[in-house]
Design a protein around this ligand. Structure first.
Ligand SMILES: NC(=O)c1ccc[n+]([C@@H]2O[C@H](COP(=O)([O-])OP(=O)(O)OC[C@H]3O[C@@H](n4cnc5c(N)ncnc54)[C@H](O)[C@@H]3O)[C@@H](O)[C@H]2O)c1
Length: 319
């Protein structure tokens, strides 16, 4: 998502875009050459301060995270360190260096198993460490505004897919995982009966809004669900991905994971502030991503080396 946001910012004529990424889940090639790329971590406070001093940032867009929601139960320490403490490092810097707005990508994971469609007035009840960390950062931004007047916009995107996505991480990005497997002629793994639903959102319906949000006064100190309304089952998704890739493989069902069964949102608040949009149809978005995926080709699936809890780890994730 960050690479697309950068492209949007550069298109708008913002010439001074600095990207900080440790490449743990992203790719150097995805970064627009017109941006200044710094390889480093949001856990490196010295580096963050040095960059703030050098560049005097007006805005910080914070998209860095390890977004493997299902795996987060088994890598709790890593999750909180990277996704929560890393975020706090950036918030501290934003206060100390007088940043005008902090844009944060939270997640609908904050809602947990909640009323549907999920809307921003609901009380979040996150059910996994990934969602808990995202909610904690949201709360941090709210109290930081109160005490230090740091302006913020929080997005809760959902199930974003598209070109440039990491397709080799076996723990997240179901569409990327499916495409990678299809290219290698391997069967698709679905957890449970496959009737769980998600509203998959093409990156083109996400990145421009994140980029432009700093110019929208009504988006100041607000939280927005961001994505499409239409939700499909994972079974249906598997068929659509095979059709976009023009190749059939077998489908295997594994034991259900501990995850929310249905997740879709209201976008009324987003539309009131950002205007109505006509989102890209799933079949069209999958076609765009499939064209890109076939072009870059399959990538070996990567494993997370430092699992902290092996108990109850889904069979498909065991080495
Ligand atoms: N993709 C989705 O469906 C989705 C949905 C909701 C929220 N989000 C959030 O949006 C953001 C972007 O997600 P994405 O799908 O583009 O994921 P991604 O993994 O493609 O991008 C995250 C980037 O953060 C970098 N990163 C991770 N830890 C870092 C660290 N310590 N220091 C510096 N860089 C680090 C990774 O290398 C990667 O390039 C994340 O915060 C994610 O939690 C994503």
């Amino acid at each position: 998502m960050g690479a697309h946001v950068v492209n949007e910012l550069l298109q708008e004529g913002d010439q001074n875009v600095v990207v900080l990424d440790d490449l743990s889940g992203g790719f150097r090639d995805n970064v627009n050459p017109k941006a200044t790329f710094v390889e480093g971590s949001i856990l490196d406070v010295e580096l963050i301060n040095k960059l703030c001093e050098e560049h005097n940032f007006t805005y910080i867009y914070h998209l860095a995270a390890y977004a493997a929601e299902g795996l987060s139960h088994f890598i709790k320490r890593f999750n909180y360190q990277n996704n929560l403490i890393g975020s706090v490092n950036l918030i501290n810097a934003a206060v100390n260096y007088n940043v005008k707005r902090f844009v944060f990508t939270s997640s609908i994971a904050v809602y947990g198993e909640n009323q549907l469609p999920m809307h921003e007035e609901l009380t979040p009840m996150p059910e996994d460490p990934y969602g808990i960390a995202k909610y904690a950062v949201e709360q941090e931004l709210i109290v930081t505004k109160r005490l230090f007047d740091l302006d913020y916009t929080i997005f809760r995107p959902h199930n974003v897919y598209g070109e440039l996505q990491n397709i080799s991480d076996r723990y997240r990005n179901v569409i990327g995982i499916f495409m990678n497997k299809i290219m290698q002629g391997e069967s698709l793994v679905i957890f449970g009966d496959g009737e769980q639903t998600r509203a998959f959102t093409h990156i083109a319906d996400v990145a421009p809004h994140i980029a432009q949000s700093v110019n929208i006064p009504e988006a100041s100190c607000e939280i927005f669900n961001l994505g499409t309304d239409k939700h499909v089952s994972v079974n249906k998704l598997a068929d659509l991905v095979m059709s976009a890739m023009e190749k059939e493989v077998s489908v295997q069902h594994f034991r259900a994971r501990d995850e929310v069964k249905h997740a879709y949102c209201s976008h009324d608040k987003f539309q009131r502030v950002f205007g109505t949009t006509s989102p890209i149809e799933l079949s069209e978005g999958l076609h765009r991503m499939a064209t890109w995926a076939k072009d870059v080709g399959p990538r070996p699936a990567t494993e997370f080396d430092e699992i902290e809890i092996c108990k109850n780890l889904p069979e498909a994730w065991k080495k």
